[in-house]
Design a protein around this ligand. Structure first.
Ligand code: GLC
Length: 547
């Protein structure tokens, strides 16, 4: 009883980073009405659904990943009535809507955290979070040596009601994002209520923020390797992430989704942001009674080399397919350097290598079995904005580490829609309206109106790829069979004769198949696969023998 009836198994979802998509009010920040206005554009592109980054009331210390009220809309982005209109408009167009839910932590302005701050050590209000006494004679050292993912210690000290320095609380991200204590059953019950609140408003599912988080080791012991924890933004501290108890939460959430499906026959989707060390551990999150999908980040982090891509694709297929789920492929999101720039490293001015590789990678991803997520602006081939001045940067990573090394503002610059100068149609307000991050002049080349008019654009590549996915059953879920290919080239067959090949090198190679060309990421003369190019063919049966 597989697939066909479960839309999510091979869906393509577009990630809308709301504050940078389209601004309908002229305040320089994108909003829900802007998303609604952009739906026809997304329909034309051909995606199956959208994932909306958090729009809940929030002081925006981490752009909404610090939630003060899980069941409302921040006035910055609109209100619940506008939200309902957006969901209704998406439904009319056949576009699914996923919300971003943040269960690992909330905002320090959440009423329960404010209550905890005013309550005494040991109180029920503090037991909803991880409050602990400090170490050292006067308690002035944090309770353990864990690092925050955004730099610095994972603990902050509070001032008690008597004005003295008191307990510490745990925050795996910024101090403004206190971690919930999931060992307290009140938290699970509250999140069940939140899920139902939004499911009752007609949404199709949730993207779950840091889905390998939530539970911590019950004793919060010191980490053996705090330096390693500090070096990476991935969730490596084995005491703070990937605890076995989290799976029970996902089972509960899955059963809530199924309850809604049983009522109206519409599949709901849970997709987890799961950063764990191996594909095998990753697969645990998508067992048949847990999450439907989990982002498989190994593709995103693979270097641009045929062997590396083949290895991550094979591992994912092997480990995840074993669960009955499909792989959820991602090449980009709002936390990552944009694909064109990442693949262009080391940067060779004007070589176009990053863009050619990003186009090839997109075509490769769209040919893989399973689901795929596309971050807004990737369909325009936007590069990372690498030269934002320090004084406009908003990423808490920059403010906590003082380093630009891992900052994320450069992939969050508001989208260009039209025209020759900023705001490029992003804000529909006064001409003076300034996007919340400055757009470089060269964004003019990438504006959606130009992309739509130019059949060689990234936009047309994505659109054509999505149309073929829709039309060709071979591109749905199902097997992938590797073909023999020269070093530096990957080639595989999908279903009944659809061949995808990618040349990771820079020199041309003979096409690995003879057949009808369907689509290629760059110019592709008959019988040849140029460097940094991917192509799809419908084979006439004379491809090289299977490995
Ligand atoms: C996730 C989000 C990221 C956020 C972090 C803390 O990794 O994708 O943007 O900063 O969680 O919520």
């Amino acid at each position: 009883m597989l697939s066909k009836y479960h839309w999510w198994r091979d869906a393509v979802i577009y990630q809308v980073y709301v504050r940078s998509f389209l601004d309908s009010t002229g305040d320089g920040v994108g909003d829900l009405a802007g998303v609604r206005a952009g739906l026809p554009y997304l329909k034309k592109l051909g995606v199956d659904g959208i994932w909306l980054s958090p729009f809940y009331p929030s002081p925006q210390h981490d752009h909404g990943y610090d939630v003060a009220d899980y069941c409302d809309v921040d006035p910055l982005f609109g209100d619940l009535a506008e939200f309902d209109q957006l969901v209704a408009a998406a439904r009319r167009l056949g576009i699914k809507v996923l919300l971003d839910i943040v269960p690992n932590h909330c905002s320090s302005e959440h009423p329960w955290f404010e209550e905890a701050l005013h309550a005494a050590p040991g109180s029920a209000a503090r037991a909803r979070f991880h409050f602990a006494d400090g170490r050292g004679p006067d308690g002035s050292e944090p309770p353990n040596n864990w690092h925050s993912m955004f730099g610095g210690p994972a603990w902050s000290r509070v001032t008690e009601a008597d004005g003295r320095p008191g307990q510490w609380y745990l925050h795996m991200f910024a101090p403004e994002q206190p971690d919930w204590n999931w060992r307290n059953p009140e938290i699970g019950a509250e999140f069940d209520r939140i899920l139902r609140f939004w499911l009752d408003r007609g949404i199709d599912g949730f993207r779950i923020d840091v889905a390998a988080g939530l539970f911590k080791h019950p004793e919060l012991p010191d980490s053996d390797d705090p330096e390693a924890d500090a070096r990476t933004r991935d969730s490596v501290n084995p005491l703070a992430w990937n605890q076995p108890e989290v799976h029970e939460v996902w089972r509960g959430w899955r059963s809530i989704c199924e309850e809604y499906t049983a009522r109206d026959g519409r599949d709901r989707l849970l997709v987890g942001e799961v950063s764990v060390p191996t594909a095998r551990e990753h697969a645990q999150y998508v067992r048949s009674d847990e999450l439907h999908q989990a982002f498989f980040f190994d593709l995103l982090s693979a270097p641009w080399e045929a062997d590396a891509f083949r290895k991550v694709i094979s591992e994912a297929m092997q480990d995840i397919a074993g669960t009955g789920s499909t792989v959820t492929w991602v090449l980009n999101n709002h936390d990552q350097v944009r694909t064109v720039t990442r693949y262009g490293e080391p940067a060779t001015e004007g070589s176009g290598l990053g863009a050619a590789r990003a186009r090839a990678a997109a075509l490769l991803m769209l040919a893989l079995p399973g689901a795929a997520y596309i971050y807004q602006g990737e369909e325009l081939g936007l590069p990372e904005v690498v030269d934002l001045p320090d004084d406009v940067l908003t990423d808490p990573i920059f403010h906590r580490t003082g380093s630009r090394a891992r900052i994320r503002d450069g992939c969050r610059v508001p989208l260009p829609w039209s025209g020759q100068a900023s705001p490029f149609g992003f804000t529909s307000g006064a001409e003076s309206a300034k996007p919340w991050l400055p757009q470089p002049e060269y964004f003019a080349e990438y504006a959606t109106d130009r992309a739509l008019a130019d059949t060689r654009s990234f936009w047309h590549l994505y659109r054509d790829g999505l149309q073929l996915r829709e039309a060709l059953p071979q591109l749905g879920e199902g097997a992938l069979r590797w073909l023999d290919s020269p070093p530096g080239v990957l080639a595989f067959v999908r279903g009944d004769g659809l061949v995808c090949a990618v040349n990771f090198g820079t020199a041309p190679t003979p096409a690995p198949v003879s057949g009808t060309p369907l689509l290629s990421s760059g110019p592709c003369p008959a019988g040849v696969l140029p460097g940094s190019t991917a192509a799809w063919w419908m084979s006439d049966g004379t491809e090289s023998p299977a490995l």
